[in-house]
Design a protein around this ligand. Structure first.
Ligand SMILES: Nc1ncnc2c1ncn2[C@@H]1O[C@H](COP(=O)(O)OP(=O)(O)OP(=O)(O)O)[C@@H](O)[C@H]1O
Ligand SMILES: [Mg+2]
Length: 358
């Protein structure tokens, strides 16, 4: 699939934008700082994933002083035209798929597919496990919408169980905890199964993609750091009850797990250089793109924000090669990067306007 139209109304610093005939393949979005490059790919990511990849609330995307923002993304799939529209208002947002209003964000997913790589992903690699869990959950949700329900249910039960455990000093909560555990088994199984199989798929592609981008300099491996094993979940939960009552909180489970990134067998968080980490995250994101392509049977769109900074020339060239066969949007403030991508579409962004350079 590829995006061929993008319309924006009162979205961030775009009062009105109407782009047509956007080509498949790589498009370079270039311009000086603070002109609206990231805003463009943010708009696409909202239509694909239902929410922005940037921190903050949706209402921040509404142009200052306005009541709402509108995005129209037209895309081509198997030769047919489709669209996703988003209307963002203060405190709410609504979507249309091919002109039909969607009841929830979950309903609007599963049409336009994209993977984003942005500077914020460096935080995913470096900071707390919760960011890596969120990354895994978000990618799995794209290929398995039922995963979202299991995750939601699991989170609800964990929260109720935590509330019960907080009262365990005063009350006898053993029966209640066992009842929660009984319910949890099913959801833990679903979550673990999906996360383990996603990481296995990631590894298949990451090793290859990483070798392509880095020239095979280092060995990368992703490992799931589980606090509860997949076998005999019931027994494991049972054995934790005493500890949980003592600590007055849920001790283990998928909400405490991590995705470990190893470089030459060592924890990348402490071992890898800034450039190495960037390459690893990039390889992971391209792996996500390929998994999404395998599972949907269509080529998703890659959105790369500021990806070229901190990559050396050879890595930049390898990255461009790895993106062959996909539509990609790459933002850059450095005009000289354009020369790296033969036949790229060139979109010049300047103060809330964007136009193709012929
Ligand atoms: N809600 C909003 N209303 C109006 N302007 C906004 C809004 N949100 C952000 N902006 C402005 O949009 C401008 C462009 O932002 P954007 O992040 O797209 O820049 P950029 O071209 O990617 O710059 P850089 O090269 O620094 O990454 C900024 O000056 C910012 O202040
Ligand atoms: Mg930017």
């Amino acid at each position: 699939m590829y995006i061929d139209k993008l319309k924006l109304v009162q979205f961030r610093n775009y009062e009105q934008l109407n782009m047509e005939s956007i080509p498949d393949g790589i498009n370079i979005i270039f311009g000086k700082n603070a002109q609206g490059k990231t805003n463009l790919i943010e708009a696409v990511s909202i239509c694909a994933g239902g929410k922005s990849f940037r921190a903050g609330t949706d209402s921040r995307t509404i142009m200052t002083g306005r009541k709402n923002a509108y995005i129209y993304a037209g895309y081509v799939l198997s030769g047919r035209n489709h669209s996703v529209e988003a209307l963002i208002e203060k405190g709410s947002k609504s979507f249309k798929k091919d002109g039909i209003p969607q009841k929830s964000i979950k309903d609007m997913l599963g049409s336009l597919y994209s993977v984003v790589f942005s500077p914020e992903d460096m935080r995913t690699a470096k900071e707390s496990p919760s960011l890596r869990r969120a990354f895994l959950d978000s990618e799995i949700s794209k290929i398995r919408p039922s995963y979202v329900d299991a995750l939601k249910k699991y989170t609800e039960i964990i929260s109720e169980k935590n509330t019960a455990l907080k009262k365990s000093l005063k009350n006898n909560v053993t029966d209640l905890i066992e009842a929660y555990n009984e319910q949890l088994v099913r959801y833990i199984k679903i979550i673990l199964k999906n996360r383990l199989s996603y990481i296995a798929k990631l590894n298949e592609y990451v090793i290859q993609t990483h070798a392509e981008i880095s020239g095979g300099a280092e060995q990368i491996e992703l490992k799931y750091g589980a606090t509860i094993g997949y076998e005999d979940i019931e027994g494991q939960l049972q054995r934790l009850v005493r500890r949980e009552k003592h600590e007055m909180q849920v001790a283990c489970g998928p909400h405490r797990d991590d995705m470990k990134i190893l470089i030459d067998g060592q924890d990348a968080r402490v071992y890898a250089s800034q450039g190495q980490l960037r390459t690893i995250m990039l390889a992971i994101k391209i792996a996500c793109l390929k998994i999404l392509a395998d599972s949907t049977g269509h080529t998703p769109i890659m959105l790369l924000d500021d990806v070229f900074s901190e990559l050396d020339g050879a890595r930049k060239d390898h990255l461009v090669k790895a993106l062959q066969g996909f539509q990609a949007f790459i933002t850059t403030a450095d005009k000289s990067d354009i020369a790296r991508v033969p036949n790229a579409g060139m979109i010049r962004v300047s103060d809330g306007s964007a136009a193709f350079l012929k």
